[in-house]
Design a protein around this ligand. Structure first.
Ligand SMILES: [Zn+2]
Length: 286
């Protein structure tokens, strides 16, 4: 059976299978999704103890190795908000993990809150931040509203990102900004060798959007993208993409691969080498 695209209801045939999961693609709106959607039990088991430090699904060592990287990303994202004129107010981070971004946002002058279901991440959180973190979006007080809502590398994990965006949009003040980072499809890897793209990792990731599909999804919720930044770009795409090989031959091939992709990006546009994008959106005209 061919499932309908959850967004536009057109047929979405299977495109490929990865890790035993079928990825379907809507020809009309560029949306790709895992189907059937894994059970809530299967999804819950991904995030049990070990997700942030296990080295299997999730992160090898989020609490130490990722921390510096999160700091760099946080500063870039807070700078982007500043350039949009957003420097103060209430900020809510969905999927805040151990609260590293929240810490940077608080230091930058925001009043912060977050949602994070992982007990492991909560245990690693600065206690002064933990008081402002709820286990899920549903646990927020009815009246809670925010000038900034962020969801960094979160939407692709959720069983129903459309419902999550609806809930987030309802929490945004009229002049608020919603910022999300997602892995984007459209690069040469996702087109030519999808099995090799590290972001096709069900059941952890369930949804895959092109930049166009994400703009359309945000527009469905009355949000207009006002800024897009490349969040992550892998230099070499086909040869040793993680850059771990020691062999001089592989390293040379890797350099040539990276060079080829830089040349291709110059001709075909930067999206052929873009893996992940930060979108900043404002409430648009009705
Ligand atoms: Zn569709």
């Amino acid at each position: 059976m061919i499932p309908p695209c959850p967004r536009c209801r057109r047929d979405a045939p299977r495109r490929f299978t990865v890790r035993g999961f079928d990825v379907h693609r809507c020809a009309r709106c560029d949306l790709e999704f895992v189907w059937p959607t894994p059970s809530p039990e299967a999804l819950a088991s991904v995030y049990t103890s070990g997700y942030f430090e296990g080295g299997g699904a999730g992160y090898a060592d989020y609490f130490t190795r990722e921390r510096e990287q999160v700091a760099r990303k946080s500063h870039a994202r807070l700078a982007a908000l500043r350039e949009l004129g957003v420097t103060r107010g209430r900020l809510f981070d969905l999927g805040c993990a151990a609260g590293y971004f929240l810490g940077h946002a608080r230091a930058a002058g925001f009043t912060v809150a977050g949602a994070e279901p992982s007990p492991e991440a909560l245990a690693a959180m600065d206690p002064s931040l933990r008081a402002a973190v709820v286990p899920s979006l549903d646990a927020l007080a009815d009246e809670a509203r925010f000038e900034v809502i962020t969801a960094w590398d979160v939407l692709e994990h959720l069983p129903d990102p459309d419902a999550a965006l609806r809930a987030l949009r309802a929490r945004l003040t009229p002049d608020g900004v919603l910022a999300v980072v997602i892995p984007v499809i459209g690069s040469t890897t996702t087109r030519l060798a999808p099995g090799r793209w590290d972001q096709y990792k069900p059941p952890e990731h369930l949804w895959f959007w092109s930049a166009r599909a994400m703009r359309a999804l945000l527009a469905d919720h009355g949000l207009v993208v006002v800024r897009e930044d490349v969040a992550w770009r892998r230099p070499s795409r086909f040869i040793d993409p993680d850059g771990t090989a020691r062999s001089p031959v592989v390293r040379l091939a890797r350099a040539l691969d990276a060079l080829g992709h830089r040349a291709l990006a110059a001709v075909a546009g930067p999206r052929v080498v873009t893996d992940s994008v930060a979108f900043y959106a404002r409430v648009g005209p009705p």
